[in-house]
Design a protein around this ligand. Sequence first.
Ligand SMILES: [Zn+2]
Length: 340
Amino acid sequence: MREKIETLFTEIERLTANSLEEVEAIRIKYLSKKGIIATLMDEFRHVPADRKREVGMKMNALKQAATERLQQLKEQFAQNGTAQAGNDLSRTAYPVALGTRHPLSIVREEICDIFKRLGFTIAEGPEVEDDWHVFSSLNFADDHPARDMQDTFYLENGQLLKTHTSAAQNTIMRKYGPPKPGHALKALFPGRCFRNENIDASHENTFFQLEGMMIGENISISNLIYFMKVLLTEVFEREVKVRLRPGFFPFVEPGFELDINCVICGGEGCPTCKHSGWLELLPCGMIHPNVLSMGGIDPEKYTGFAFGLGLTRLAMMKYNIRDIRLFNSGNLKQLKQFTR
Ligand SMILES: [Zn+2]
């Protein structure tokens, strides 16, 4: 009988279960009224009197061990939904719930990677800025409507939340200075921007942009178009047609609106592109000479282009997201579906 008990101790220690049903089956097998331990208790009657004490203690210990082991198995299911193989130390103690990257982070990192390969420096500017960086250094006239309190969040100390990533242009020009002969200053600066918008399916007061800038001795519009085509082809994983329309922004001369061939209908016309076959994607242009001067770069010698990519809008197009509010919603169930 002593041997039987010892064997059962080992057996119980090694018990595993793959489901709660199996835990229950184990309970029935060992601890129910007709289970192994109860049967053993019956046999206890036949133990010689002088050994009853010793065997009795072992029996109790066995019952205790079985109860505890059962509880352990049960708890593993309660916490994690799966049981552990008793002695398999190579298995994780519990299933790790992995997080996923936010769709905006995925697109931002993807674009940063593309531009890093093209030799761009990734920079970032502060979110709280002053009027000089957000407007004046970008050639905005004092009475320009973009300065309006209705669009811009001003802080009590006179600073403001940046309304566009272009706010970092001046800082970057001053930090790196004019490029060496045969080189170009190439920088990409993603960032969060704020505008006092009424929120609906296509407007947010907090959104992401990604600004790119290239300055050198012979930079032209064709350089701009080349980089845009590389970018869009990689992001959408296919050839994307682009077109430029004139656009006016104080910090570029000439300025353009860059449209892409509608990625949803392929140019045939659909509600998203308002049946035009084109989607407006980003403003861009050749950096205004005044902006170069204010950045300490000689506009007689250097030219450059800049573009302000609406990262939030690009992510909406890439993933066919219809409602911009999803991005800041914290709705994990929805946000977790984007993996690449
Ligand atoms: Zn379309």
